[in-house]
Design a binder for this molecule. Sequence first.
Ligand code: FAD
Length: 420
Amino acid sequence: MKQKKVLVLGCNFAGLTFSRYLHKEAGDHLEITVIDRKNYINFIPNIPIEVFNNHNPADTLEFEFQKFLKSDGSEFIQGEVENIDADNKKVYFTPNERVGSGQESIEYDYLVVALGCKLAYDKIEGFAEFGHTFSDTFYGNEVRKYLYNDYKGGHIAIGSDRFIQGQSPKLPKMPTALAACEGPPVELAFSMADWLKHHKKGSEKNITLFTPAEVIAEDAGETILKQLLPMMSGMGYGYKKGTIGIKRIYKDGIEFKDGTSLEAEMKIIFPNWEPHSFMKNLPFTDDQGFVITDYYMRNPDYPEIFAVGDAAAVTVPKLGSLGHMECEIASKVLANEVLENGEKIDPLHPMVVCFGDMGNHKGFYMHTDEWWGGNTSILKMGYTPYILKMGFKTMYKTLGGKVPSWGMPLSEILGDHTII
Ligand SMILES: Cc1cc2nc3c(=O)[nH]c(=O)nc-3n(C[C@H](O)[C@H](O)[C@H](O)COP(=O)(O)OP(=O)(O)OC[C@H]3O[C@@H](n4cnc5c(N)ncnc54)[C@H](O)[C@@H]3O)c2cc1C
C-alpha cells in the first residue's frame, strides 16, 4: 500500500502530541512531515513557576523534540508556514534556518493544523512600554527581572483583553467566551500573592483581577465560581468585571473600553488569541480564521483537513488539556481511515481539566464540563495538584509529548479524589 502523506503544521503541544500519537496508531502506513518555525517546545504553562523561583524560563522550559520525531521516522522541517491551498492540497512555506530562503511548497494527502494562535499584544496600545505577561519565555523573564529588581510594592492588575471567538454555521453548537483563557490569570493571582508574602512585598490586597466578561473564568462553571470567587474576595483580592476590553495601558494603569480605569504599578495582561493572518479567509476557517471542525476534529468541507489545539475553532477556552484530548481523537480517526478499521471513536466531550500553581508547593485542580451543559464540577486545592502539574511537565519532556493513554485519566482520578 502506498504511504499516505500527512503534513502537520506546528510542533508545540498539539503538533508534537498529534504526530507522536499518529505514529503510534498507524506510523508504518504513513509518511509524517512536521513543520514549525522553531525547533524546540515552549512549555508555556510552567513559565510562572520558573519566574517566581527567579529562573529565566528559557533555561528550563525549552525542550528539544527532533530526536523523538526522528525515532518515529517522522520528518521535521524548520520553516515559516505562509499559505494553505486547500483545493490543491498544498502548503507554502519558507525554510527559516537562515534568512534569504525562497518559498517552497509541499503536497499532502492529510493536513493537520496545529499552529496555535497569534497572541495580539500588538493590538493593545501601550503594552510594549508598560505591560507585562507570562505567555512566552521572553516576557516571563522580563517579569522576573522587574519583580526581583524594580518592583516597588505597588498595585498589580491581572486580567484579559476581549477574545473574539470565531463564528460559522458549520461549527457545532458551543458557548461563547469573552476571554480566551482565564485559568492563567486566576493561577497568577494565587502564585503572585504567595511571592509577595514570601518576599515581604505585599499580599493578596496588592492584586486586582479583571475580566471583559460578566464573570471571570466563566468556563469554570457556576458551581466552581460560587466557591472560588467569595473565597478570593475573602482573601483580599480586588475584582473588576465587565470591562469589555482594554483601551490602552499607560504608565500608572489600564483604561478599559467600558470607560473605567484601574491604577497599577504592574499590568499583567492576556490578550486576544487571534488566528494567524494567513489563516483568515481560507475556505475551511470561520469568520476569524480558526479552523472549522466537528468534534472529531475534522473539517466538514475538506475531510482531509484536521485541526488540533488552539488553532481549532472548537478549542474554547484555549487550553492545552483540551488540545491534548483532541490529539487523541484526531490521531485515532485518521489512523482508522488509513487502516480501514471500523473502530468506533467517541467525539470530543469538551471540558476544563486544569492544574494551577498557588505558590508554596500548593496548587488547585479544576475538572468541569458545566459550561457545556454537563454536571461534572470539581475544585480541589492542596499539594497533589502541584505535584501533578510538575509531574506532567516531566512526563511530557521525558516522553517527547507521547503521554500514555492512561496519563490524563490517571491525573483526573488523582485530582478528583485528592484530599491534600
Ligand atoms: C501563561 C499561560 C499558562 C497556561 N497554562 C495552562 C495550563 O496550566 N494548562 C493548560 O492546559 N493550558 C494552559 N495554557 C494554554 C496552553 O499553553 C495552550 O493551550 C497551548 O500552548 C496550545 O498549544 P498549541 O500547540 O495548539 O499552540 P502553541 O503552543 O501556540 O503552538 C503553536 C506552534 O505553531 C508554531 N507556528 C505558529 N505559526 C507558525 C507559522 N506560520 N509557521 C511555522 N510555525 C508556526 C509555533 O512556533 C508553535 O510551535 C496556558 C497558556 C498561557 C499563556
